[in-house]
Design a protein around this ligand. Structure first.
Ligand SMILES: C[S@@+](CC[C@H](N)C(=O)[O-])C[C@H]1O[C@@H](n2cnc3c(N)ncnc32)[C@H](O)[C@@H]1O
Length: 218
């Protein structure tokens, strides 16, 4: 029998805090995203078709569980988590869900991991990693990698304490959509960067069809 008042959510928060104490700059937050933030972020995704989604920095999986609950049976979710303890826990949570793949690697390995699985591109990429503390070259490389891995019309969705990423996201369509969301500790900017084009579904579009190549000098 569990301790009175002890819930799965308490356990997840305990794991989160413990990992924060061990790697404060990588984890960058002492508690997971709020339920309200998770629902708001998920509302930016069109789940009406099978989707290929990648998530950077799922942590204890608060967004991943919501995505998995909303996705249909033919969708796939790729979780890129650097922290081995979080990754093991995500493996345990999604052990019975063949649509969810936990990858204990840097988000920068996205295209390599997709290629290994024969996936052309993602429809959506969601990020909770602390972009603002990444050194500029790493930040730009990851943005380029993210842009190139998205299907035309796909979206990169981030929630961050600052909105500084907008100035670096030069590959994406110029009109990003951003809101300051107060129902989270701390409040966050939720920003959606879109890749030009029309989203077909399931990331199956041939990358060669994309007229929007990277603007960064390689
Ligand atoms: C602020 S926490 C967000 C956790 C969760 N998404 C949430 O909203 O509660 C950031 C997470 O990103 C992970 N992370 C940081 N840098 C990463 C990277 N380059 N690749 C993959 N995961 C990363 C950390 O280990 C941590 O779990």
């Amino acid at each position: 029998m569990g301790r009175p008042g002890f819930t799965v959510r308490n356990f997840m928060s305990a794991l989160f805090f413990k990992r924060f104490l061990q790697k404060p700059f990588q984890i960058a937050s002492i508690i997971p995203s709020s339920k309200a933030l998770v629902e708001r972020v998920a509302s930016k995704i069109d789940f009406s078709q099978p989707r290929t989604i990648a998530e950077f920095g799922p942590g204890e999986g608060v967004h991943s569980r919501e995505l998995a609950a909303r996705m249909d049976a033919d969708s796939q979710l790729f979780l890129f988590e650097l922290d081995p303890a979080f990754s093991r826990d995500l493996e345990r949570q999604f052990a019975d869900d063949p649509r969810v793949h936990v990858i204990n690697r840097d988000a920068a390995s996205l295209s390599e991991e997709l290629a290994l699985r024969g996936i052309a591109q993602c429809d959506y990429i969601l990020s909770g990693i602390p972009f603002s503390i990444l050194e500029i070259e790493r930040k730009r490389n990851l943005l380029r990698e993210t842009h190139d891995a998205l299907a035309p019309g796909g979206a990169f969705i981030i929630y961050q304490v600052t909105n500084e990423l907008r100035q670096h996201a030069i590959d994406f369509a110029p009109e990003s959509e951003s809101e300051y969301f107060l129902q989270n500790i701390p409040p966050m900017f939720i920003t959606v960067f879109r890749k030009g084009g029309q989203l077909d579904g399931n990331g199956a579009t041939d990358p060669a069809d994309s007229q929007f190549s990277s603007n960064y000098a390689r």
